[in-house]
Design a protein around this ligand. Structure first.
Ligand code: NAD
Length: 483
């Protein structure tokens, strides 16, 4: 079986070579095709950080094992790590955080075991990076949460939880504030939960989740979250088990999967052969198991756990009174412990299974669309206008443009209503949301909206607009605070 390997930047080549050395010593039946991605590829002028040959190889082989990569600062290029996850639709980011015997933390010292799997949505949310300055004072980021995207990642999380025989699967969210976006994610969670009656499914507001993770981490098992919240919560979980040096990550898609460590290129220690290869090695175990190489994964993991139990460590963790090993020596120590079993959490030696088939060759992009059931009609529009005038002055101007079809309903600033009611204590920025609805809920069409846009543009610069839709009797938009 062949996989694509990108060594990465900074400590990437050092930890990748340590991990591949361990795989080779265990006769892992994999062949590696090295691909060019990362900093020097950006420097050569490839704006997505990978060569076309690298892309072809990864799409042909379906598996990428990668070291951390640097995103050049201030060149306007996007992170190759994020681009890779999005281009190949690796919609689920799975990170496993387990107590490791020999890696001291406040929880291991207190005898509180941790075994948490965080599944983070990996494509959507603010990570689209679709951002605009609407005025010189106001920046806007578009946050996409989609029904099919949420269903994909949540379905994966439930399936994985069932395989893990999880005690509990929890959705972290902020649907009390972001009722439409996080509300949709939560709705999808409970829709999928119906198909898994054997699993205890519940939800928790993300700030409460963070507090409970640091006080009672042992009460959580599988946690599924949207992208940005998942990003933050998974680093928090890495801290619970000893830091980023122990945080593996699998980016799972239907066709292509990417396995990598959570940490970055560690420029401060690069080139010194002192980096800890454990996180990349743990990511490697996830890859081996994904490929059916369960026996190889178990033998090497037992050797790693045994090595950690012996107090053997690199410079970034462990008992500082004992000398640390460098990256190469640490890899050699693991190799010398093949066949040994740790006292805690020894892995069962399940025989290797036949590898997953070569990924499907796709002819065209897959359209993810769920069935529309309700009648949709446009009943109004939000116009985001630039102005530094007072709300009542803006209201008077706007009312002139409503004509026979539109009523001015309210005006808000940074999401807080400032007209027809409001408070003079609300600070303003030079961008308002002016909401018009149709008179008597009469259905509008796009030409009506454009007519209003043209008329209003005589008085204001309009930065953006959003339609106000009704689906059946359900509003598809939020109300302003105080409305
Ligand atoms: P970092 O994770 O590289 O380093 C943070 C700290 O942790 C440093 O002190 C570093 O020495 C230490 N550290 C990290 N990995 C270690 C290891 N394996 N062994 C021992 N110590 C380790 O984070 P950063 O400094 O914020 O980012 C550096 C670069 O990495 C940036 O260019 C960033 O864009 C990139 N990055 C890449 C990825 C990825 O490829 N997936 C992820 C995060 C950051």
């Amino acid at each position: 079986m062949k996989i694509a390997v990108a060594k990465g930047d900074g400590i990437g080549p050092e930890i990748m070579s340590a991990v591949l050395k361990i795989f080779d010593a265990n006769k892992v039946p994999l062949e590696y095709e090295m691909v060019d991605m990362g900093k020097w590829v950006f420097d050569k002028g490839f704006s997505n950080g990978m060569t076309p040959e690298a892309q072809q190889t990864i799409e042909r082989l379906g598996i990428l094992f990668k070291g951390p990569m640097e995103t050049p600062k201030g060149k306007g290029v996007k992170s190759v790590n994020v681009t890779a996850r999005k281009t190949w639709n690796t919609y689920a980011n799975k990170r496993v955080f387990q107590t490791l015997h020999g890696v001291d933390t406040v929880f291991s010292k207190a005898g509180i075991p941790i075994d948490i799997t965080v599944v983070r949505e990996n494509i959507e949310d603010t990570y689209g990076g679709i951002e605009h300055m609407l005025t010189h004072d106001v920046a806007l980021s578009r946050r996409f949460i989609t029904r099919p995207g949420s269903m994909q990642v949540i379905r994966y999380a439930f399936e994985m939880a069932r395989q893990k025989k999880a005690r509990r699967i929890t959705c972290g969210h902020k649907a009390n504030i972001m009722k439409i976006t996080d509300g949709l994610f939560l709705e999808c969670f409970y829709e999928v939960a119906k198909e898994y009656p054997d699993l205890k499914a519940d939800d928790i507001i993300v700030d409460d989740l963070c507090m409970k993770l640091v006080t009672r981490p042992d009460t959580f098992d599988v946690v599924v979250l949207t992208n940005l919240q998942g990003d933050i919560v998974s680093d928090l979980c890495a801290g619970l088990v000893g830091g980023l040096g122990f945080a593996p990550s699998a980016n799972i898609g239907d066709h292509i999967c990417i396995f990598e460590a959570v940490h970055g290129t560690a420029p401060d220690i690069a080139g010194k052969n002192i980096a800890n290869p454990t996180a990349l090695l743990l990511s490697g175990f996830a890859m081996l198991r994904h490929l059916g190489l369960t026996e190889n994964a178990a033998v090497i993991e037992n050797a790693l756990l045994y090595t950690l139990e012996q107090g053997i460590h690199t410079g970034d963790f462990g008992d500082k009174s004992k000398p640390s090993l460098n990256t190469t020596q640490f890899a050699e120590a693991i190799i010398s412990n093949f066949g040994k079993k740790p006292e805690l959490n020894a892995k069962e030696l399940l025989a290797n299974k036949p590898g997953t088939p070569t990924p499907l060759k796709l002819e065209r992009n897959t359209m993810l669309e769920s069935k529309e059931i309700e009648n949709e009609k446009i009943i109004g529009v939000d116009m985001f206008i630039e102005s530094n005038e007072q709300p009542d002055v803006i209201a008077k101007k706007c009312q002139r443009h409503g004509g026979v079809k539109f009523n001015l309903i309210n005006i808000s600033n940074r999401g807080t209503q400032v007209w027809p009611t409001g408070s003079v204590y609300t600070n303003l920025v030079n961008q308002y949301n002016v909401r018009f609805e149709s008179i008597d809920n009469y259905p509008l069409n796009q030409q009506d909206i454009i007519g209003l846009y043209v008329s209003l543009s005589g008085d204001f610069k309009i930065a953006s607009i959003e339609l106000l839709n009704m689906w059946g009797d359900k509003k598809s938009y939020s109300s302003a605070a105080g409305q």
